[in-house]
Design a binder for this molecule. Sequence first.
Ligand code: ZN
Length: 172
Amino acid sequence: MAVLDILTYPDERLRQASDRVQRFDVALQARIDDLEETRKAGPGAVGIAAPQVGWFERVIIVDVSGRKKTRSHGHLILVNPEITEWDGFAMGREGCLSVPDYTGNVIRATRIRLTASDPDGAPLELDMEGYEARAAQHEIDHLDGKLFVDYLSSLKRQRIRKKLEKDQRRRA
Ligand code: ZN
């Protein structure tokens, strides 16, 4: 298992839409293990999506079970997730491993139903609410090349972009 490098905003690769997983094999499991290792290495990340490590297939991991008073399904590996129902909306604060040191308020559905496969290809159907539903929506956005900063004002987005570009130049 390996901790992989995370692509950070404004890296254009984060804008790429990911392909559906076709094969449920040991290679998929190995990539999922690396993705999980990378999530756990991050600062309190409740989720990660494959494209954040340059893997452009539709795989996300969500685990909000570490948050107090949060209803959840525990640790979830979701392959080819699709939201089939949305209900309600609420504003909430989000952060992202690909946008280090920043958070922003984003409106999301408060309840969703989603379908997916587990890593062995077995079908799943889940009803999620609250913070877990928010985390799943955030991660699924990554699969379509969307980031939470897209929901912020362009002024705030520009400010984050400039700061992160400066940090990246300093590290280069
Ligand atoms: Zn993210």
